[in-house]
Ligand binder design. Sequence first.
Ligand code: ZN
Length: 369
Amino acid sequence: MERVAGWFYDGRRFREGTVGWEEDLILEVRPGRARNPLATGLIIPGLWNAHTHLGDAVVTQELTGTLEELVAPPHGLKHRILAKAKDDAIIGAMRRAMATMLRTGTTGFSDFREGGLKGLKLLYAAVAAMPLQGVALGRPMALEYDAREVSAILRASDGIAVSAYVDWPEDAIQKLAAHVRREKKMFAIHCSERIREDIDKVLDLSPAFLIHMVHATDADLTRCADAAVPIVLCPRSNAFFGMTPDIPRMILSGVRLLLGTDNAMINVPSMLREIEFAYRVARMNGGATARAIFEMALRGRRLADPDRSGAIRVGERADLVVFDLPGGSSGFASLMRASASDVSLVVAGGRMWPAESAGIPKSKRRRRS
Ligand SMILES: [Zn+2]
């Protein structure tokens, strides 16, 4: 068995002890520090990036212009560049973004993949060698409903995710969402990002989750809370376009909140940076606790499996991040300031990443038990 020791997150607070795993499962969680652990420090479950567009990593130029000019389909800059980019360039860019996620403590992500069925295939090619868990949500090539295309995308994905209700002809997006529902897959959509949208029409699509809701009213947020539809916040992305989500107001509404990094051309997909920024943005509106922000960065784990917890427990998947940071009652505050250089070990599905820079001797890396 492999072991780490220090202060681990038990779902409520940080406790001092030892966490051990074999293969991809946590099999030991106990008080007291093991002798010779692989790493020592603050131990958390792998973070979950609940909203990415990893393909956008292929766009590397400095960005100027509005939200519509940069990301709106079908003519926004990202769509023009993605349409022209070579497959290998997109795969390589996504792979770099995935390596960044792992190095910064993220072991799972939910991606909005553009480019229809082929776009999904590029995502799978990029993630193939990585120990990341992904929720892959595809979308039709055009803003129109074609039953055959949607069936093909659904067979190859966890569901469908689109830009925004206002971008689509009403009839087409309703047919699209109904089709996803019939196949019992996930439907997700950006909402109230640049303008307030009609929440009832959007909730009628039975989304698994919404992104942004920056322009939502209190009543809109309550509707989401009542419908048990979570909202993924991407405050760095919003700030790039001159907006900030009112995080304390959203927490008060009772809606379940998650955190994501959005377009990889706008933000590096580091959840540590998103956590730090979200904490600051929350302070602009009265503040949220460090624990509340931290949990937003874990909650996405349940997108992949509703039975998963955001805690380090026996039987959970061995997704662990060890930071060289103070634990105890300072654990949550430490995480609000954490950067990539504080990460001393990432374990994703039982695999260490990257084994070389974790300072683990080769003999130990290969050892199975
Ligand atoms: Zn997005």
